[in-house]
Design a protein around this ligand. Structure first.
Ligand SMILES: *Cc1c(COP(=O)(O)O)cnc(C)c1O
Length: 358
């Protein structure tokens, strides 16, 4: 029996990938801002409705480049405990201190009502996450940031293609970052992007990602955040399938919605959100129930994923801080399998096994 995991990377027809790669054999350019990379960036700017978009090595470097690009080299960064570890680790890697603010129960995004109490004279930025593609309270966050003169970074690794109040969700904040890792909705095998609102910040990110120098002019400390023509080729080959990917995931998600109604807690639908169906998170009544469901699914070779667990304020290398809501949800939440090609009969089986065990 073949195993079913929480996701399965979409792969375009081989010939379509190879036709891009054969251009690389013709022009001999493998990396350093080649034509395929420029073509992908242009397509992304257009599709995502943003002015600036730089294709970088991955979503974690994108977060580090965002902090660096905004000139944040020390101090406190307010962030969420409910995310993938990269959100916290990028703050620490940039020698800043993560200050955790608890989350909302409905959509698992940072609780905007609790941000102001966490702001101190050392606060430099808010790094919030559009968890599972659900929008943070971007308007209130913007107001707080203006009032206290701090920057806003959105880890938008889950928010590819999401629109909010009639515009791209990626257009909010000073910098938004994307991940194009193989497990994400739209992928380039490994990859990510920085979307900066201000052209100067965009230019600084561009310089930092190329070792901080222009030919023989060494301007600032940099890193290697450039991505390659081979990764850009995967992005270009996947590009025409975005609508198909989102549409198939929508159908599967709606089937889950129908079958799981009343059995588990689902995220609250946000009005004004054009969603991308990036994940299918469910909250069980207890961790014990979650573990029991995982056992019965594993017996059928079905492997959902605990996501996000643990709550990041409990990482062994951060200062202890309390976030009761995140600590309550984290042990009880899981993402169910969701990918193009997942058979509806499997979704029905998953739902039935959940129904019989909650
Ligand atoms: C995947 C992910 C990242 C990291 O992206 P990589 O491309 O794997 O480095 C960061 N934040 C969140 C919320 C993610 O899901």
């Amino acid at each position: 029996m073949s195993k079913i995991f929480v996701t399965k990377s979409f792969l375009p027809p081989k010939e379509e990938y190879f036709s891009y790669i054969s251009k690389t054999w013709d022009n001999g350019i493998l990396t350093n801002g080649g034509p395929l990379l420029l073509e992908l960036e242009e397509k992304l700017r257009d599709y995502l409705e943003v002015k600036n978009c730089q294709f970088v090595t991955n979503g974690t470097i994108a977060l580090q480049l965002a902090l660096d690009g905004l000139g944040i080299k020390e101090g406190e960064v307010i962030t969420t405990p409910f995310s993938y570890v990269a959100t916290t680790s990028s703050i620490l890697w940039e020698r800043c201190e993560p200050v955790f603010v608890d989350i909302e129960r409905d959509n698992f995004t940072i609780d905007v009502k609790k941000i102001e109490a966490a702001i101190t004279p050392n606060t430099r930025a808010i790094m919030a996450v559009h968890v599972f593609g659900y929008a943070c309270d971007v308007e209130k966050i913007e107001k707080l940031a203006e009032k206290h003169n701090i920057k806003v970074i959105y880890d938008a690794a889950h928010a590819f293609g999401v629109r909010y109040k009639g515009k791209s969700l990626l257009d909010y904040g000073d910098v938004s970052t994307l991940s194009f890792h193989a497990t994400k909705l739209f992928h380039t095998v490994e990859g990510g992007a920085c979307i900066a609102k201000d052209d100067k910040v965009n230019a600084r990110i561009d310089l930092s990602k190329r070792f901080g120098h222009h030919y023989n002019d060494f301007i600032q400390v940099g890193i290697n955040g450039k991505n390659s023509e081979f990764h850009a080729a995967m992005g270009l080959a996947n590009f025409p399938y975005i609508e198909h990917i989102i549409e198939s995931r929508r159908k599967i998600s709606e089937l889950y919605d129908k079958l799981l109604d009343g059995l588990v807690q689902l995220p609250k639908k946000q009005k004004d959100l054009e969603y991308n169906y990036a994940y299918y998170p469910v909250v069980f009544k207890s961790e014990k129930t979650l573990l029991k469901v995982f056992d019965v699914l594993a017996a059928e070779y079905i492997f959902p994923r605990r996501y996000f667990y643990p709550s990041l304020n409990n990482l062994p290398y951060v200062k202890k801080q309390s976030c009761p809501v995140s600590e309550d949800i984290s042990p009880r939440i899981a993402c169910l399998p969701l990918f193009v090609g997942l058979e509806h009969s499997v979704v029905e089986k998953i739902a039935e096994l959940i129904r019989n065990n909650v």
